[in-house]
Each structure stands twice: as C-alpha cells, then as structure tokens.
Design a protein around this ligand. Structure first.
Ligand SMILES: *Cc1c(COP(=O)(O)O)cnc(C)c1O
Length: 297
C-alpha cells in the first residue's frame, strides 16, 4: 500500500482571496491515500514506532462507526505487519458502516461495546484472552505525545514560509505537533470541531514543552452544532468551496476549518502580505455517512 507525503501537494488559492492581498495555501494531506486520507496516518507513525521498539505485535484502539482513526489504524498496522484490534462504541449494527467495512478489509479485529463501557475505555475480556501478550494501546483518536511527534516530524518542512497555520482540532494532537514544529514567529490557529470543549487548551498544553504552552489560538465558534453535527449552511459551504477551489472537504473537521478561514479572511483578520497555510487533514471517507447527492463531489 502506498501512503506517502509525496502524494500530497500544496494548492494556492489565487482567485477567491485576491482582493485581500494575502496568500492562502492548502496542504492537501487528503491526497496521501484514497481511504487513509490525512493526519491520522501521520499521528500513528509515532505510536507504531514505539510499539515496535517495545516489540509489541497487537495494537488496540477505540473509535466510533465512522472513525477516521479506526480505518487509518487498521491500514497502518497492516502495512507495518502488526495485528490491529478495534473497540467500537455501541452495539453491533445490523449492517456495518462503510468505515467499519474498510477496517475489516485491512484485517482489523472488531469488538463492539456499550456506550457506558466505551466511556471507560474498557477492553473486553474476549480481547485480552485472544491476545494475551504484546498489546500496545493507542488512545482514541491517536491522542498523545507520540501522535504529535509523528505530525511534527513529518510536517515540519511543509510549514516553513508561512505566517499563519490553521488546522481543525479534535483531540488537539495534530495542533500540538504543528505548534512543536513551527518557529516562534508563526501563529498556529486551531478550529475546534467540538462544541464548548474549553478543556482542549489544557489538553494540548499537556503535549507541549513548557516554553510552547499557550503558544496557539483556539477558536470555538465554528462547530456547527457540535462534533459530527452539520447544518444546511455548512453543507452549502462545502459545495460552494469545492466549486471555487476544486478542493473537497469533510463535514466533521475540514469543512468547519475552511469555513472559519474563509470567514476570518473576509473579515480582514489577517494583515496584508500574510501567508496562510490551511492544513487539509483529510477525513473524506466520513462523508459516506451523508445521504447520497448531498455533496457535488
Ligand atoms: C481526527 C481528525 C482531525 C483532528 O485531529 P486531532 O489530532 O485529533 O486534533 C482533523 N481532521 C480530520 C480529517 C481528522 O480525521
């Protein structure tokens, strides 16, 4: 399987933002692979390297039925020669989501647990019996220092030359990686995909060395109702943005970030000659949960 940063590229958005006298580039991590698009792959590299150092053979992680993280883990483990186990939130559905079908193609062993057990991140007995030793647990969403190290290592070079870097935030691991990789003058702006997640800043700080703590801005006003929620306005924006830029987005994360960026640019938040890099963190596979025909891409 070919997953590589070399498949990504930078798109410069000339037309839509010409009047604002700034540069707006998009780092297309969605292009690294058709299914494992985006940041999840990069976050996993740090975790999987550590698992290998510890000679662990089985990777266990957690996610919902549409989780980008589960598919990426299944794929990354298969290509690293590791067994993956996915603990899925909620009862087993009558028919598996496209996302879960994909994880099975990458040989992930799936277990469904109640929402209550999921909140406690309980590993079912059946799992510990089947995989008695050599287990390495990756937190939900790939959260953790290893995840942010993976992002920092792989993306450092792509960030040079920009004054502002904007990215969508779920666990904050990706943002922490960007903050670590950026230089002191660069401004890192995270757009929360969650509603009222005011503890996020503290969580991000736990992943950062002291001198980088609070060296970022989090925006909380672009969640469109909350995590994985959407509104007609957001879906309309996704289609308009695609028409204007040719760039597809996902409704859980990247569309909210692009919307925020567009809003900030049009409100002239950025000084003339600013150079913005918008991180397209992928996640397009999640759009398959929308009714057919909702999106024009
Ligand atoms: C998970 C995810 C994010 C958020 O990344 P975090 O490191 O959890 O903050 C952003 N975009 C996409 C497409 C994702 O799948």
């Amino acid at each position: 399987m070919e997953v590589s940063l070399q498949n990504s590229r930078i798109d410069s958005l000339k037309k839509p933002y010409q009047p604002f006298e700034i540069e707006v580039d998009v780092l297309r991590l969605d292009l690294i692979h058709p299914v494992i698009s985006g940041n999840k792959w990069f976050k996993l590299q740090g975790h999987l390297n550590e698992a290998k150092e510890q000679t662990k053979k089985t990777i266990i992680t957690f996610g919902g039925a549409y989780s980008n993280h589960l598919v990426a883990t299944a794929a990354a483990c298969q290509s690293a020669g590791l067994q993956s186990v996915g603990i899925v939130r909620g009862e087993m559905p009558q028919s598996l989501s496209h996302t879960l079908q994909d994880t099975a193609k990458f040989d992930m062993d799936l277990y469904f647990i109640s929402r209550q057990d999921y909140t406690l991140k309980k590993i079912p007995d059946a799992v510990t019996q089947k995989y008695p030793a050599d287990i390495y647990v990756v937190a939900e969403g790939g959260f953790g220092e290893k995840g942010s190290e993976g992002i920092a290592d792989l993306l450092k070079e792509s960030l040079a030359n920009y004054t502002h870097i904007l990215a969508s935030v779920g666990t904050g691991t990706t943002l922490a990686g960007l903050i670590s990789a950026a230089s002191a003058e660069q401004k890192i702006i995270g757009i929360s995909a969650l509603k009222g997640a005011f503890e996020l800043a503290d969580r991000i700080n736990t992943l950062l060395p002291y001198h980088l703590q609070n060296n970022f801005t989090l925006l909380h006003d672009f969640h469109f109702g909350g995590y994985a929620k959407h509104t007609p306005q957001l879906l309309r924006f996704m289609n308009d943005w695609f028409t204007q830029t040719g760039i597809p987005s996902d409704f859980v994360y990247t569309a909210k970030m692009f919307f925020a960026a567009d809003h900030l640019i049009r409100n002239q938040t950025f000084e003339h000659s600013s150079r913005l890099l918008l991180i397209h963190s992928g996640g397009l596979q999640g759009n398959r949960s929308l009714p057919e025909g909702t999106l024009i891409f």
